[in-house]
Write a new protein. Sequence first.
Length: 189
Amino acid sequence: MKLSIITSNPGKVEEYRHCFDGLGVETVHTKIPYDEVQSSELEEVVGKGMYELKKKSISNFIIDDSGLFINCLEGFPGVWSAYVQKTIGNGGVLKLMDGAADRSAVFKCCIGCNIDGNDIIVTGTCGGTILEESRGTEGFGYDPIFSHNGTESFAEIPIGEKNKISHRGHAVSLLMEEIKKYLIYDGKP
Ligand code: IMP
């Protein structure tokens, strides 16, 4: 089975390759621009993105929309995570949280997968905390300020370890469960 990973983010492509390795799914990185609607729900952004791509007769693909939802900031940056990362960055987020007692946050990853004409949408989550300062050089985006266990940041652990616990790794597990149902339904091994 071959799926196109449609994204402009090389960090995500690398993680998908790792996740699908050994699951019998070949991934191909493809860059196809499509309109991303503004919505307060990741699922709606992904659903509309899939619709746009299918209108262009594109099939067998994966898109995703992810975000970091910080509790003391009422879920901000959430669906605006990409814009906030590009503008104020991790330093700006840390400043916004200066003195915050509650540093809990959730990473969410919503994957939309079109496979053999079927649409699957799943959302994976990973709870954790926002550290007091940036740490580590691995990963991308908010990885240096997010910790799943309160000690190491996502940027301080190898990609294979991150995928076992991350929102994207969780979403991929949910997706594989769904894909298996279609394979069974189609009578394929
Ligand atoms: P998008 O899904 O590409 O719109 O990503 C939203 C924002 O969240 C971007 O700034 C990404 O860099 C960031 N982001 C998404 N996934 C992760 C992750 O696994 N670690 C750190 N930052 C992430």
